[in-house]
Write a protein that binds this ligand. Structure first.
Ligand SMILES: Nc1ncnc2c1ncn2[C@@H]1O[C@H](COP(=O)(O)OP(=O)(O)OP(=O)(O)O)[C@@H](O)[C@H]1O
Length: 303
C-alpha cells in the first residue's frame, strides 16, 4: 500500500502466457477510456464471453502499473459484491497488463440516459438501479474504498433489453480512505466531481455520494445538472451548487426523488447523506410510494 491510498498488494495469479492462448478476441469494442480499450472476448475452453481491458496509451511516468494493480486489488476486495464487475483473470506481457473482466453486455447506463424514447429509464427502473449502485458503493465504503470516478460511463448494465442489473467498473482512481494523505490533482470527470475536489479540500466517502447525486439526476431527467459551455462554467456551477430543480425539469417525477437528490447535492460533505442513509431513504423503498408511475423518466420533452 502506498501513501496515496492505492492498494497494490494483489492475490490474483498473473499469467505470463499470451492471453490469446485462452481467449479469442471477438472483434467488438465494448468501450474505451482515457487509457484503456475494452474488447469482447471468448474463453476458448468454455465459450463464455468476457471483457478484456487492454492498455491503449502509455500514461506518463512509471505509475501506470500501480494504477492497474490498485484496480485489481479493489476488484479482488469487492468480488463478493454482485454490483461490482467481476475480475476473471490477469495476463502480463512485456508491455502491458490485460484484465479479463465479467462482460457487462448491456453497456453504459449513459446511453439509456441520453435517449428520448421508450428505451429511456422509468422512475421505477431508476429506483431499482439506484438501489444496486448504492448497495455496491455502500460495500466499498464499508471497506474504506472510495471510487472517485462514479459516472454513467462507469455504471454498466448486464443487459439493456430487458433491463438488467448494475455493474460498477473503472477503479483506476479509487483509493483506500484510511491511507489518503492529500489530493494534489483534480480527479474524475468535470461534470461529476464534488466541490471539495475543486477546492483541493479533503476527500471522503461523501465525495462519491455527490457523484451519485449527479448520476441519479441524469438518470431521471436526461440532463447533466452542472454541465456548462466550458470547463470553467461547469466548475462554477458545481462550486455554487447551481442546480435546476424546476417542475419543468422534474415533470412526472416524484417529489421523493427530488428530495433524495437534494440530500446528496449538498456542498458541505459532512451534511451529505451516506450510502447507508440513502439505502433507507423512502424513495428507494418501493412500499413507501406505490403510486410512482412508469412513464419514461428521461423523455420529458415527449408529448
Ligand atoms: N466489464 C465490462 N464490460 C463491458 N464494457 C466495459 C467493461 N469495462 C469497461 N467497459 C467499457 O469500456 C469503457 C472504458 O473502461 P474503463 O472506464 O474501465 O477504462 P479506463 O481507461 O480506465 O477509463 P477512464 O479513462 O475513465 O479512467 C467503459 O466506459 C465501458 O463502456
Amino acid at each position: 500500500m502506498n501513501k496515496n491510498g492505492m492498494v497494490t498488494e494483489i492475490h490474483t495469479k498473473i499469467r505470463k502466457e499470451p492471453f490469446t492462448a485462452n481467449y479469442e478476441l471477438v472483434g467488438k469494442e465494448l468501450g474505451r477510456g482515457k487509457f484503456a480499450v475494452v474488447k469482447k472476448c471468448t474463453d476458448k475452453a468454455t465459450g463464455k464471453q468476457y471483457a478484456a481491458k487492454l492498455l491503449q496509451k502509455r500514461r506518463k511516468g512509471a505509475d501506470w502499473r500501480m494504477d492497474i494493480f490498485n484496480e485489481i486489488a479493489v476488484l479482488e476486495l469487492a468480488k463478493v459484491n454482485p454490483y461490482v464487475v467481476g475480475l476473471h483473470g490477469v495476463y502480463k506481457t512485456n508491455s502491458e497488463i490485460i484484465r479479463i473482466l465479467e462482460c457487462a453486455a448491456g453497456g453504459e447506463i449513459f446511453h439509456q440516459c441520453m435517449v428520448d424514447n421508450d428505451e429511456a429509464f422509468t422512475e421505477k427502473d431508476v429506483i431499482r438501479l439506484a438501489n444496486q449502485i448504492l448497495n455496491g458503493v455502500a460495500f466499498l465504503h464499508r471497506n474504506n474504498v472510495v471510487h472517485l470516478d462514479l459516472k454513467p460511463q462507469n455504471t454498466l448494465l448486464t443487459s439493456a433489453r430487458p433491463l438488467g442489473d448494475i455493474r460498477i467498473v473503472d477503479f483506476g482512481l479509487s483509493r483506500r480512505m484510511d491511507k489518503i494523505t492529500e489530493v494534489r490533482e483534480i480527479l474524475g470527470t468535470p461534470e461529476y466531481v464534488a466541490p471539495e475536489i475543486l477546492n483541493y479540500e479533503p476527500i471522503s466517502n461523501a465525495t462519491d455520494m455527490w457523484s451519485i447525486g449527479v448520476l441519479i439526476y441524469v438518470m431521471l431527467t436526461g440532463e447533466s445538472p452542472f454541465l456548462g459551455d466550458d470547463k470553467q462554467e461547469t466548475f462554477l456551477n458545481i462550486s455554487q451548487v447551481n442546480i435546476d430543480y424546476s417542475q419543468d425539469t422534474f415533470e412526472g417525477i416524484s417529489s421523493l426523488a427530488v428530495d433524495f437528490i437534494k440530500s446528496l447535492l449538498v456542498k458541505n460533505p459532512r451534511n451529505r447523506a451516506t450510502a447507508e442513509e440513502c439505502l433507507s431513504h423512502p424513495w428507494l423503498n418501493p412500499h413507501s410510494h406505490p403510486h410512482i408511475h412508469t412513464m419514461s423518466a428521461c423523455s420529458l420533452d415527449e408529448p
